[in-house]
Design a protein around this ligand. Structure first.
Ligand code: SF4
Length: 301
């Protein structure tokens, strides 16, 4: 059986990796990193350095359809948002499912998910079947009609065929841990967490994540490389799609600071977050958390 640790570069999955090495041995596990092409260089360094230090095989997965986050946004003529979070499914969930299906054996998938992250997450089981949602149906409204569809449909036939021969179990070993427990555990193992935490970021997935806080945007606005990359992405979207979808969602900043009254540009958001009277009331995560609320938790930190 293959043991896969879903490693995002964040602290929870790092603690899981250390725990898995101690329990199973570094030669028995694989760290799986879904590369969106939109992470910070520190995260790439941290992911490769941590695996090298622990002598754990690192598997880097990428979307087969899109070269990276920006390519995906341009091809879909819009940036993802908290309501339309297709980035997680296209750049993380699908590559992970493709990888599991490519394995001709059962696997255990270890996820760094903690109950304290949100109320939603606290309801998750400690262990479950990775493909459990392929057997669940949900009600959806399409063209005004209520219909029942499968909760997960990506490569459905292949998944069911694979499941007839193999098993994919999920384990969440740090589920009951606090954030402090996780950091203490990493330090006790002689390691350091992703350096982005020390720079003030609370989450270290994409740089930035489409749901990042204004406080984090302020940090990015002062980082020449990060600020330029974000503006260039928005510029490319404008030039290549003529649609001008902005990176930040409507309402990210008060409309009076936004020229077209709806979609704030990156520059307008940078200007706003650097004002002395800027509202930073999104300092804390909203109820329900920012992270993926599907079976495939732990892919976005
Ligand atoms: S970290 Fe954020 S931007 Fe990146 S894939 Fe996840 S939800 Fe999307």
């Amino acid at each position: 059986m293959k043991i896969l640790v879903s490693f995002s570069g964040g602290k929870d999955s790092q603690a899981c990796l250390i725990k898995a090495v101690q329990e199973y041995g570094s030669d028995k596990i694989e760290a799986v990193f879904c590369d969106t092409g939109w992470e910070h260089p520190d995260t790439y360094k941290h992911v490769t350095g941590t695996c090298r230090k622990m002598r754990v095989k690192l598997v880097i997965l990428k979307s087969r359809k899109y070269t990276d986050f920006v390519d995906m946004a341009i091809k879909r003529s819009r940036f993802p948002s908290s309501q339309r979070r297709f980035c997680t499914s296209e750049l993380k969930i699908k590559p992970m499912i493709d990888y599991i299906l490519s394995l001709n054996e059962s696997c255990l998938i270890i996820q760094g998910v903690r109950a304290q992250e949100s109320e939603e997450r606290s309801k998750l089981p400690y262990e479950c079947n990775y493909f459990g949602e392929y057997h669940e149906r949900v009600k959806k409204t399409r063209k005004g009609k209520k219909i029942e569809v499968w909760k997960q449909d990506y490569r459905r036939k292949d998944v069911l065929k694979w499941c007839a021969q193999n098993d994919a179990s999920v384990s969440r070993p740090v589920f009951r841990w606090s954030g402090q427990n996780v950091i203490d555990y990493i330090l006790a193992a002689g390691q350091l967490p992703n350096p982005l935490y020390r720079k003030g970021f609370s989450r270290v997935g994409c740089y930035p994540c489409v749901m990042c806080r204004r406080l984090e945007v302020k940090l990015i606005s002062k980082d020449e490389w990060g600020a330029r990359r974000l503006m260039e992405a928005e510029q490319r979207m404008k030039m290549e799609t003529l649609k001008g979808s902005s990176f930040f969602a409507p309402g990210y900043i008060p409309v009076r600071f936004c020229k077209n009254k709806i979609y704030p540009t990156v520059q307008e958001v940078f200007d706003y977050v650097n004002r002395d009277d800027a509202g930073m009331e999104d300092m804390f995560e909203p109820e329900g958390g920012y992270t993926c609320m599907s079976l495939y938790h732990g892919l976005c930190e």
